[in-house]
Design a protein around this ligand. Structure first.
Ligand code: FAD
Length: 328
């Protein structure tokens, strides 16, 4: 039998790791506590609207990730987004020439994750709360099913660092300490719906003042349909300072900041709080793998942050796991 691997977290890091392991002949069970894969590459949907409220776009600098994004483009699940871009240092927007190529999932940011997950055994709505070493490998415990029967040859975590720490404390205090060293920050997101296209001279803007850091006309991304939607992200300092505030007052503050930048009042809005959005500073370990006990970590926080870093972290972990099993 091929080694059976438990992978916890079906964000882009977990998916990239799982697809590489499966392709090499290992059996992989991928667990995620959410309803569907994608993690922070995510899209909120309503009756006649949709809005990416986590990752906004991704870059592809490394040749391996560029090749992967090309495969996604050929499959129709990613495309180039070329927004009219501005920057707010003061009250008025200054146009910015794009310096990087920006990619997005198509028709939503979740599409690449769904595409990767389609060939994998994904156990959604399964919250893994602990795991323990047994005579014949690891056993994992989910909130929904208790201790699972399967004995796994390795357990790989692809979850944000603060969510990895409690899982690791018993099994590998050294990996728990590594995860504790990566501090992640929150981000408030506000999704706005409008009856008609908003008359602003940009599709996306970086904001360097007040509570906001990013505005984007979601409807300007390729393949989008439905009502005109915009996405506002608050900056990390403001989000952290207001993380426990009620969503209504957060929305009022962010709408007021949008108004000061020339944005009109929306018909409707929806708020989302990301408790763990990004790591500052991110680590540059690539991944972490303990071949002696069969325990590994991957994720954006181990590899510079961002979608590209997360994908590459998952790939690097898969390579290290495969090398270890090849030696056995
Ligand atoms: P995640 O996507 O967080 O995946 C982790 C998965 O683990 C989740 O699906 C979660 O449900 C699951 N999980 C956690 N604990 C458990 C458990 N105990 N049991 C089971 N499942 C569990 N990146 C960019 O490149 N460009 C951007 O513009 C950008 N903007 C961003 C804006 C915001 C607001 C946010 C939140 C992120 C942004 N990012 C951006 C970062 C990008 O989204 C991440 O770097 C990347 O998606 C992380 O992937 P990951 O697989 O490491 O983690």
């Amino acid at each position: 039998y091929p080694p059976h691997i438990a992978l916890i977290g079906a964000g882009i890091a977990g998916l990239s790791c799982a697809t590489a392991l499966q392709r090499a002949g290992l059996e992989v069970s991928l667990f995620d506590k959410s309803r569907s894969p994608g993690g922070r590459m995510s899209t909120r949907r309503g009756d006649d609207w949709q809005c990416d409220h986590g990752a906004q776009y991704f870059t592809a600098r490394h040749p391996a990730f560029r090749a992967e994004v090309e495969r996604w483009q050929q499959a129709g699940v990613a495309g180039v987004w070329a927004p009219r871009l501005s920057m707010f240092d003061g009250d008025s927007p200054e146009e910015r020439e794009p310096t990087v190529e920006r990619f997005v999932g198509m028709p939503t940011m979740t599409a690449p994750a769904r595409y990767l997950a389609s060939t994998l055994a994904v156990h959604a709505r399964t919250n893994i709360q602990q795991f323990r070493p047994q005579a014949h490998g690891w056993q994992v415990f989910s909130a929904e099913q208790g201790w699972l029967e399967t004995r796994f040859a390795a357990v790989l975590l692809a979850v944000p660092s603060p969510q990895a720490v409690p899982l690791l404390q018993q099994a590998a205090p050294d990996l728990a300490a590594l995860a504790s060293s990566a501090v992640m920050r929150g981000c408030w997101a506000l999704m706005l719906r409008f009856a008609a296209p908003v008359d602003l001279p940009f599709d996306a803007a970086f904001v360097n003042r007040g509570p906001l850091r990013w505005l984007a006309r979601n409807s300007s991304k390729p393949g989008r349909s439905g009502e005109e939607t915009w996405l506002l992200h608050a900056c990390a300092d403001w989000s952290e300072a207001h993380l426990e505030e009620d969503s209504e007052s957060v929305a009022v503050a962010l709408l007021s900041a949008f108004g000061q930048l020339g944005g009109p009042a929306p018909q409707e809005w929806t708020v989302h709080r990301w408790r763990y959005a990004d790591t500052e500073p991110a680590l540059h370990e690539g991944c972490a793998w303990r071949p002696d006990i069969g325990l590994g970590l991957c994720g954006d926080w181990l590899n510079g942050g961002k979608v590209e870093g997360a994908w590459r972290s998952g790939r690097t972990l898969a390579e290290q796991v495969l090398q270890s099993f090849a030696r056995c």
